[in-house]
Design a protein around this ligand. Structure first.
Ligand code: NAD
Length: 285
């Protein structure tokens, strides 16, 4: 039987409606509108598309949004000065520095400069640490979106075998932490994992975050498993595909996310959710 599709667009739409209603209530109650500032350095075409889409979604959900554009040759000091200004601005609640930044800028230093309660990407070491001890403060948007997708789709996590392929700080590691704190039995796999296929074939929930087109094949999937494809890969033909070979995987899986239209829309939805949450946190401080 073919797998049930987890429709990221539809789920993100529901989350967006919820955020829109909460933003309206927040603004009415506190007389201030949640605001996100995205900082982009340079002219990377993919980054420009992402930034435009974040700005548009903010405005659609009733939030304020500003984009700060710095040239490719901007110095690290200039970028840090922008962050310092935004950190101190009470009308700005969320700061996101679009990655990658040019090579002459130390991205770690930049991310650590953002105030943890304005860190809507959830990459600051304080937020990473909180997540690792089960205190979710501001959580990275992509893995958080996966969790929301599972919740909204009524897929339980507790007691399940979850296998995460990939151990990046942006997706794999926070994904594992979120699944663990929801009581899954979690295995994190990576490029050095031995016999990856048989490890994956034990998974009730399989999350692929590798960055290799159609890497996960049918033989790596347990019949009936929930398959979450985080990958976004552009083939030389221009076609977008995930890390999972969708057609054959959907013959075996119980649930599967498509690419595009799966995890991607959830990532933006969770950025909006985090901006609202950041505004709430700052009122408490
Ligand atoms: P990354 O390159 O930082 O990490 C990839 C991980 O895959 C590494 O930990 C590596 O060990 C592992 N890996 C590589 N080859 C492997 C192999 N042969 N076997 C097992 N593991 C292997 O990538 P990332 O930032 O985590 O992103 C992963 C993918 O997710 C990319 O395609 C990226 O574009 C996509 N992504 C999508 C969204 C979204 O919104 N949907 C957000 C972030 C990233």
């Amino acid at each position: 039987m073919a797998a049930q599709i987890l429709d990221g667009k539809e789920i993100a739409g529901k989350l967006g409606e919820q955020v829109r209603a909460e933003v309206k209530a927040f603004t009415a109650k506190h007389g201030v509108t949640p605001m996100l500032t995205v900082v982009i350095v340079g002219e990377d075409p993919a980054s420009k598309v992402y930034v435009a889409s974040k700005h548009k979604t903010c405005v659609e959900l009733g939030m304020k949004s500003e984009v700060v554009r710095l040239s490719e040759t901007a110095t690290e000091e200039e970028l840090l000065a922008v962050i310092d200004r935004l950190n101190a601005d009470p009308l700005n609640h969320g700061i996101l520095v679009q990655l990658p930044v040019p090579k002459h800028i130390d991205s770690e230093k930049v991310l650590e400069r953002i105030r943890p309660d304005k860190d809507v990407d959830g990459f600051h070491p304080v937020n990473v640490g909180k997540l690792s001890i089960g205190k979710e403060h501001l959580v990275p948007c992509t893995p958080y979106g996966v969790i929301k997708m599972l919740e909204i789709s009524g897929i339980s996590v507790a007691g399940k075998n979850a296998v995460v392929i990939g151990r990046s700080n942006i997706v794999g590691k926070p994904m594992a932490a979120l699944l663990l704190s929801r009581s899954a039995t979690v295995t994190v796999t990576h490029s050095k994992t031995k016999d990856l296929a048989s490890v994956c074939a034990q998974a009730d929930i399989l999350v692929a975050a590798i960055g290799k087109p159609e890497f996960v094949t049918k033989d790596m999937i347990k019949p009936g498993a929930v398959v979450i494809d985080v990958g976004i890969n552009r083939l030389p033909t221009g076609k977008l595909v995930g890390d999972v070979k969708f057609d054959e995987a959907s013959e075996v899986a119980g649930y599967i996310t498509p690419v595009p239209g799966g995890v991607g829309p959830l990532t933006i939805a969770m950025l909006m959710y985090n901006t609202l949450r950041a505004a709430e946190l700052q009122l408490q401080n």
